[in-house]
Write a protein that binds this ligand. Structure first.
Ligand code: ZN
Length: 448
């Protein structure tokens, strides 16, 4: 099966930043076969008219909590710690069915906003509620998006000085056993894999140092990547200093958690030295602009991290702190927040697109497979429609995508398979998905 996208503007996001004002992309057997300027040399089995559109690599979401789709719109004016304290007891009620409905909704929304690969950090595993990670993996199959399932964990409840109630934390042994089982069952190291697993103890205030260390050893023994929340708020830094005599970044470094196989969510409150050390280690940062703004957490030092050599990707974060849950709009949010911090040249539209594509691929260790439109890579791509009022007259298509309103998708391919066409999700009924989500949210609320 050969798909030919013809007549579109092309932003490859390759190392040279190659773009074609009018060009083509040829997809064969799920891989990109050719990218170039001008008309395609062949019609293929399926020709897609790309006139009026921009084709980019599919966007990569580096941080999410899909289950939170069932708890949107709560704790609206709260700091992170207040918000978590309000939501932990609600999350204690999730089960397989709720998680599946929430994950399907979240992945549908992600696909509809240009996302082809999503990392989901799931860290709430109430006892006796079934295989919640299986619910997420099943949802990813249903929607057709590539999944990095981060098996999260918390083992430090209130009785151990942690923030979450004891009722929703696991023992360290259960957390490690669950994580190892998830890797053995779902992690596919092969090129083009649709599901990979990473290890993700949740945060300094909900995980013991012992579990942080043991999880790191497990991940490195199994050859999978490591993920955690770090340096999200000033409150977290204060608590870390009081309990561990170190900033969150120093604490992570002391535990061996800075490395090229680690990506951290947020990384907002970092000193100059910490930025340099993250860059030197090649530790990635999942930048979540909308969620950071919703919680008033602060503005990440994206420009400084990039200058230091740290890969930075974009993340939606959970939909309980970002009710939109769409990825495309984060391109603009990242640009604007960087400029609020560092002035109008702090982040260009093209660098924002890099964050959302190659930067994310690097965070997930998949830069050889996805993140740019180059022959031999996975055919994960987004064809954005730019010929309507929202973008009419903007001569630069990348500026139209990043600085303008989020355009509808003419097409979204994952491994060459159609996931979105003419703005509609292909594999599921969005009406059904919305109904399932509403029922799940109501059941969770009723069970409180
Ligand atoms: Zn998060």
């Amino acid at each position: 099966m050969r798909i030919v996208i013809d007549g579109a503007a092309v932003a490859t996001v390759d190392a040279e930043g190659t773009e074609h004002p009018t060009g083509h992309v040829i997809v064969h057997d799920g891989l990109i076969e050719a990218v170039g300027a001008g008309p395609a040399p062949t019609a293929g089995d399926r020709r897609v008219d790309g006139r009026g559109c921009l084709v980019t690599p599919g966007l990569v979401n580096t941080h999410h909590h899909l289950y939170q789709w069932a708890t949107r719109g709560l704790a609206q004016e709260s700091t992170l710690f207040q918000w978590l304290t309000a939501l932990y007891p609600v999350w204690a009620g999730i089960d397989e069915e709720i998680t599946h409905a929430a994950a399907t909704a979240g992945l549908t929304r992600l696909a509809r906003t240009g996302c082809t690969t999503a990392a989901d950090h799931h860290y709430v595993f109430p006892r006796g509620r079934g295989d919640l990670l299986a619910s997420v993996v099943e949802a990813a199959h249903r929607v057709g998006v590539r999944l990095h399932a981060v098996r999260g964990s918390m083992d430090r409840g209130e009785s151990k000085g942690g923030l979450p109630p004891d009722s929703i934390v696991e023992s360290m042994d259960d957390a490690l056993a669950g994580t190892e089982a998830a890797i053995d069952r779902y992690h596919d190291p092969s090129p083009g894999a649709m599901v990979r697993v990473a290890v993700g103890p949740c945060s300094p205030f909900s995980v013991t140092p012992e579990l942080m260390s043991a999880a790191m050893e497990l991940a490195r023994y199994k050859g999978v990547r490591l993920h955690t929340h770090l340096a999200e708020t000033a409150d977290e830094e204060e608590q870390c200093r009081a309990e561990f005599g170190a900033t969150p970044a120093e604490y992570a470094e002391k535990l061996g958690w800075l490395g090229g196989d680690v990506w951290l969510a947020h990384g907002i409150h970092l000193s100059d030295g910490a930025v340099r050390r993250l860059g030197a280690a090649g530790t990635g940062v999942a930048h979540c602009p909308t969620s950071n703004a919703r919680l008033g957490a602060g503005i990440a030092r994206v420009r400084d991290l990039l200058d230091a050599g740290a890969p930075v990707g974009l993340g939606v974060d959970g939909a309980a702190s970002n009710e939109d849950g769409g990825l495309g709009v984060e391109l603009r949010w990242a640009t604007y927040l960087a400029r609020l911090r560092g002035g109008p040249d702090a982040l260009t539209a093209r660098k924002a697109l890099w964050l959302g594509t190659m930067g994310g691929a690097r965070c997930l260790g998949r830069q050889e497979e996805i993140g740019s439109l180059e022959p031999g890579k996975q055919a994960d791509l987004a064809l954005w429609r730019l010929d309507r009022l929202e973008h009419a007259g903007i001569a630069d298509p990348v500026a139209a995508l990043v600085l303008g309103a989020l355009p509808p998708l003419a097409l979204l391919l994952v491994g060459g398979r159609t996931v979105v066409e003419d703005g509609e999700i292909a594999g599921v009924s969005e009406v059904d998905v919305a109904a399932e989500l509403r029922a799940a949210s109501e059941r969770l609320e009723a069970g409180r």
